[in-house]
Design a protein around this ligand. Structure first.
Ligand code: NAP
Length: 174
């Protein structure tokens, strides 16, 4: 089981617009689960992992974004009403990692985000692959991929490919 991101980021390093929307939504041809390499990536995953802020918009929405995938949420709070029973949560990143390791699924874990949750799993040394979809846009402001003053980390490029709208997927290992 590998823990892997596939997160959209602007050319100037933001994972959200100044209004807090995921950067992928700046792509005019974005289709959830269909465009920007999502099907190939998700086909290798059996679970998704995210923080409470990233998870909340899915609860009660008409479209459940992670059908057929185990869902793990990093939060110290009870999950909101309307959360499907199979969603697992913990406020302790190490405990959540252990729950994922012992869970019944095959394949990798898609570390969806956001910034805080990626940072929490980086600090555990548990992020095996950093996949980024770099969008052809300068946002100027928003939420950065990494918090300010987080530790420097050299990465090794293992693959890259481009999409028709000029976005580029890069995959790195630590
Ligand atoms: N570009 C993309 O593809 C993409 C992907 C995902 C998300 N996003 C964006 O990212 C934003 C959310 O990112 P975010 O960093 O603000 O939030 P987040 O990581 O999604 O969730 C933050 C929450 O996770 C829990 N958490 C985080 N670190 C923790 C730790 N070390 N220990 C215990 N709990 C911890 C806390 O929940 P409690 O407060 O409940 O304890 C915290 O409030 C959203 O605007 C979303 O749209 C973008």
């Amino acid at each position: 089981m590998k823990i892997r991101t596939h997160i959209s980021v602007s050319l100037d390093g933001y994972i959200t617009t100044p209004e807090g929307l995921p950067t992928i939504l700046t792509a005019p041809d974005f289709e959830s689960g269909i465009s920007h390499g999502a099907p190939e990536f998700i086909a290798t995953c059996g679970a998704v992992l995210m923080g409470r802020s990233t998870f909340l918009p899915a609860v009660g929405s008409s479209h459940w974004p992670w059908p057929n995938l185990k869902v793990f949420v990093l939060t110290s709070q009870p999950l909101p009403e309307g959360t499907p029973d199979h969603v697992v949560s913990s406020g302790d990143p190490a405990a959540l990692l252990e729950l994922m390791r012992n869970a019944d699924f095959e394949g990798d874990v898609h570390l969806v985000g956001g910034q805080q949750t990626i940072q929490a799993f980086r600090e555990l040394g548990a992020v095996d692959e950093f996949g980024l979809v770099v969008m052809p846009v300068l946002l100027g402001d928003g939420l950065r991929l990494t918090p300010e003053k987080s530790a420097a980390k050299p990465l090794q490029l293992i693959s890259t490919r481009t999409f028709p709208d000029g976005s580029v997927e890069h995959t790195y290992t630590p």
